[in-house]
Design a protein around this ligand. Sequence first.
Ligand code: ACO
Length: 357
Amino acid sequence: MSDGLEDVVAADTVLSEVDGRAGRLIIRGRSLDELTGRTRFEDVTHLLFAGFYEDLPADLQPALGAARLEVFAEVAALDTGLLDRTPIEAMRALTARLADGDNLAIALRLVAAPAVFTAAVVRAQAGEAPLRPDPALTHAADILRMLRGQTASPAEVAALDTYLVTVSDHGLNASTFAARVVASTRAGLGSAVLAGISALKGPLHGGAPGPVIEMLDAIGRPENARAWIEGALERGDRLMGFGHRIYRVRDPRADALKGAVRRLDARQGRLEFAEAVEAAALAILREKKPNRPLDTNVEFYTALLLEALAFPPSAFTCVFAMGRVAGWLAHAREQLAGGRLIRPQSRYVGPLPQRAA
Ligand code: ACO
């Protein structure tokens, strides 16, 4: 048995390839470099959905804009009980209100849901009224407008598109596997997406970037980095934003996102500080964990980028879901198209009955 299913191949996919030794990510035949900086989120969603959803329009922007408006009706269900929850729990609860099923219209509403519900929850938690989607905008531009109430700059929209495209799919990660398991039971696309959100929420998967900001804030100054990091490792804590199950070298997504932060150019001081903390963390991890190659993962510069775009750290995982939902929905359909029910075996290691019944 492989602990944590490490190295187990559980699906054939045409969607993405993660090469952990070369530090390379391919999404439907395109390298990350080819995709980032020039691709809108709508376009990578189209790329992932092509061949898996019937009647896919050539440009997904109008249909996704219409889907944002449709799901906004559910924002009326945001009550004080939900507003006391974390943004991802509130967003998940609103997503669970959408009709389940298996067609393109349902899939597009599920793509729209994390974006519309997160913006509404963040605003409502800050005492501001949720803003109605503008279907004429691109998905990234509308997310930033719904969050802040103002039009975002083209550079900010490009940065958010880079983020959403970068995280849109990544092999059989924990949340995608969860989504494929649920899809394999034919429960519906909504159920598969809820499974994905639930798996993503954990700090070992998509929940890491909020704690990256906490770490940077606790360190405060570059000269404090070594003592703080050594103390954390001595307590047995993990450094958020470092290490990966597949990558044995630097996660290629880290540099794609670091480049996006650099292009925003308003926050170079923060970026330089983060680079100093990263360098200290990598040096100390090499000293303390010589047997395990631990490098920077996607979450470290995700934290910097989403902070620069004014998302509150409590909502970072929700923004991850806004991008990864495209991958979950493509994998769900790929699973339905060719896969059987996913039902592995467990090995019983408990006590045997004392006597035969
Ligand atoms: N900080 C310190 N030590 C670490 C870290 C880390 N970030 N990551 C792994 N290790 C150590 C473990 O303590 C363990 O050491 P030991 O053998 O001395 O006990 C060894 O490396 C192997 O750890 P595993 O848990 O077996 O490695 P796994 O492949 O399961 O972990 C994971 C991958 C969960 C991402 C891990 O590296 C981690 O916890 N990172 C921090 C959280 C994080 O950044 N998550 C986001 C990942 S990217 C994503 O999912 C989108």
